[in-house]
Ligand binder design. Structure first.
Ligand SMILES: Nc1ncnc2c1ncn2[C@@H]1O[C@H](COP(=O)(O)OP(=O)(O)OP(=O)(O)O)[C@@H](O)[C@H]1O
Length: 378
């Protein structure tokens, strides 16, 4: 039995997990569901002794306290992890990857027996023993990763998002394989985004929200729970998740409606344009533009909706005003009174328009100093 009791994990000031308690018995599959960033991976990493944060609380396997032990000692105690992204050695063969999984003291003596067990669980791995893992499909690589973790002869197998990147068909195969692992009497604790398929094979599940375990139930009940259905099983897509239904006092969200406006210019079908050269197309566009009534060009623009449109309208207004401005009588340069830039007679009392210019953010390059004391900005 794996027991996490009141586990809290901090990354600096950030509490990624707070007072989490989770149990997994041998021969059962337990799923952890939760939104991105809820703290699911942190929980698995804390249990396996590879968490970068400060871990408090208790993690025990069959009564042995694991907190504070080195990761290899935790594997020796019977807890194996298949990390997110699998963590296989891509340039080694299947057989080599599996053998490397048997480095734990508890596994070394029985390596061949365990290997046979893994091969009978995943016959494909026996067939592909010499294949370089990099050349395998995602589903096959996941099988290698699970096989390698199984080579440490664990009592509890933990997996972080094992179905990530797999097609629905391969995910199905993966979950069937995990059922077979359970049938060997091994406990399985997995973090999964694929709530539907994982709950279908699981015995129990936990929900983690904002670093807290907020719910625990049988997989069957979780699948029937409207809140779980709305949040994780894709049900009631048109409704808000059941965990957050707007109350009567809460204002309804304002939904902007968008109307499709008619095109401002005459359009031609692609067939009509077929065979025209670029020069023809440009000439046609410029004729069309010249034929537009002058009023359409000089008509003051409606209040523009966004700032870019506002700036463009302002530029156009200023340019029109500049074109229409009467020419000043020729005078000697030195005698001319200073004229404010782009000032129209009619708008003399108005402040000159402000035109904002946006530019892409600069890319800044920092180079690590050779002595490793810091970075210099290029
Ligand atoms: N090494 C780290 N340093 C600092 N913060 C971290 C670190 N690892 C995770 N966190 C933060 O801890 C919180 C929980 O992360 P965690 O990876 O456990 O979430 P998760 O539920 O597994 O999410 P996801 O499904 O996206 O992987 C997040 O806010 C994350 O940014």
């Amino acid at each position: 039995m794996l027991e996490l009791t009141d586990v809290t994990v901090r990354y600096g000031q950030h509490r990624a997990l707070e007072g989490a308690s989770v149990k997994v018995a041998k021969g059962e599959i337990v799923v952890i569901l939760g939104a991105n960033g809820a703290g699911k991976s942190t929980l698995l990493k804390a249990a396996s002794g590879i968490c970068e944060g400060a871990v408090q609380g208790s993690v025990r396997i069959d009564g042995t306290e694991l907190t504070g032990l080195a990761a290899n000692k935790i594997v020796d105690a019977g807890l194996a992890l298949v990390p997110e992204g699998r963590g296989v050695f891509p340039d080694l063969s299947v057989r080599e990857n599996l053998t490397l999984g048997a480095y734990a003291d508890r596994a070394r003596d029985e390596e061949n027996v365990t290997l046979d067990r893994v091969y009978s669980l995943f016959p494909k791995l026996r067939e592909r023993g010499k294949q370089i893992v990099r050349t395998m499909s995602g589903g096959e690589q996941q099988m290698v990763a699970i096989g390698r973790a199984m080579m440490s002869n664990p009592t509890i197998l933990t997996l972080d998002e094992p179905s990530l990147g797999l097609s629905p068909l391969l995910s199905k195969e993966l979950f069937q394989n995990l059922s077979k692992v359970r049938d060997l009497g091994i406990g399985v604790l997995m973090v999964e985004q694929n709530a539907k398929q994982s709950l279908a094979i699981a015995d129990r599940g936990y929900l983690i929200e904002n670093a807290h375990v907020v719910h625990e139930d049988s997989a069957e009940n979780l699948m029937r729970d409207p809140a779980v259905q709305a949040a994780y099983l894709g049900a009631g897509a048109s409704e808000a998740p059941a965990t957050h239904r707007p109350t009567e006092q809460e204002p309804e969200p304002v939904i902007e409606s968008f109307a499709i406006k008619p095109r401002s210019q005459q359009t031609l079908s692609a067939d009509a344009l077929l065979g025209s050269s670029i020069a023809d197309l440009v000439a046609r566009a410029s004729d069309q533009s010249a034929a537009r009534p002058a009023a359409a060009v000089t008509k003051p623009a409606q209040v523009p909706v966004d700032r870019l449109a506002a700036a463009m309208a302002e530029i156009e207004r200023a340019a029109t005003a500049a074109r229409n401005r009467p020419k000043a009588a020729p005078t000697r340069r030195t005698a001319a009174p200073p004229q404010p830039l782009r000032q129209e007679p009619a708008q003399a009392d108005k402040a000159p328009p402000v035109i904002e210019v946006y530019r892409a953010p600069r890319v800044e390059v920092y180079r690590r100093q050779p002595d490793g004391t810091g970075f210099e900005r290029k």
